[in-house]
Design a protein around this ligand. Structure first.
Ligand code: FAD
Ligand code: FES
Length: 283
């Protein structure tokens, strides 16, 4: 991992539409696409409100670095993301990136296990595409609170698994018949085991009973990532976590994105992360 030099780029909105309850899918055209690596994030400015000075940090789910487009999935949280959802096709603004370090490839041989919770999905999709491109086998658990919040694929390249359409579309490297994709919802309204209330960690535990893994990657709510990290480390599997913190500057100047370290002290999520080795963090 290493931090690349971030710079400001313009972007043009190519698509911006609802993808699930409270979640939007946006595609932008920007030269930032040439510089981004999976797991890194960018800071978008939403035009139109001079009082809203902070940019919005967002990971990406898919990138076409040759074509120059980036796909984002974002939850409607506050004023910034609400105004982002109102940007129309053809609107322009600026984005700063690439920010942060990004995912590392597994250090050992073997399959990887990817666990996404809620709006932690975008960097996990980017990770999946990175692994597929490297021909590294992987399985995925996608967890959501309820069925209406599950982000389903946007194209016809879908994987039908247990009667449920799952976000496996267009992962470069092609379809892997060995891949297991498990969908869980807290309330059981949609999922690989119909009607069963399951957390993403239940899906993870199930896969760990069936297969062995060389690396775990996770992104989602902090309590979920803490549980995923604990399970992974109990199984002696290295685990990379993509942390989320409230961000101000996004480039190491304001110290508002501290992440507590196991050895004591703090790292900056925006510069030293957002991806960390789970063993290095104080959970
Ligand atoms: C590295 C990283 C990657 C992220 N990737 C995604 C993603 O792919 N999809 C997604 O839906 N969300 C992602 N988030 C969270 C997203 O940045 C916040 O939901 C968003 O900033 C909320 O902005 P707002 O203006 O709507 O909310 P408000 O609460 O009005 O926030 C005002 C400002 O506070 C800061 N802020 C507020 N919440 C957060 C937060 N959770 N994290 C960081 N800064 C925050 C931002 O600068 C924001 O502009 C990511 C956060 C980080 C740190
Ligand atoms: S957001 Fe300012 S130091 Fe990280």
């Amino acid at each position: 991992m290493g931090t690349d030099q971030a710079s400001q780029h313009t972007f043009t909105v190519e698509l911006n539409e609802p993808a699930a309850e409270g979640v939007y899918r946006m595609r932008i055209r920007s030269s930032v696409a040439h510089a981004m690596r999976p797991g890194q994030f960018m800071n978008l400015a939403v035009p139109g409100d001079a009082s809203h000075v902070l940019r919005i940090p967002l990971s990406f789910s898919r990138i076409d670095s040759k074509g120059g487009s980036v796909e984002l999935l974002y939850a409607l949280v506050g004023e910034g993301t609400r105004r982002l959802s109102q940007m129309a096709v053809g609107d322009t603004s600026t984005v700063v990136g690439p920010c942060g370090n990004g995912w590392s490839l597994p250090s050992g041989e073997g399959r990887a296990l990817l666990v996404a919770g809620g709006i932690g999905l975008p960097p996990i999709l980017a990770c999946a595409r990175m692994l597929a491109q490297e021909r590294i086998g992987f399985d995925v658990v996608v967890g959501a609170r309820t069925g209406s919040m599950v982000v389903l694929p946007d194209s016809d390249e879908v994987l039908h698994y247990g009667g449920v359409q799952l976000p496996e579309n267009g992962w470069e490297g092609g379809y892997d018949p060995d891949r297991i994709v498990t969908l869980t919802t807290d309330d059981g309204t949609l999922g690989s085991v119909p009607g069963k209330k399951m957390f993403a960690t239940d899906g993870m535990a199930d896969l760990l009973r069936r297969r062995s893994y060389a690396q775990v990657y996770t992104c989602g709510p902090t309590p979920m990532m803490a549980a995923v990290a604990r399970i992974a480390l109990d199984h002696d599997i290295p685990c990379q976590v993509s942390m989320e913190r409230l961000m101000g500057c996004g480039f190491g100047a304001c110290s508002c994105c501290n992440v507590a370290l196991a050895k004591g002290g703090y790292a900056l999520c925006c510069q030293d992360g957002p991806v960390f080795d789970a063993r290095e963090l104080a959970w």
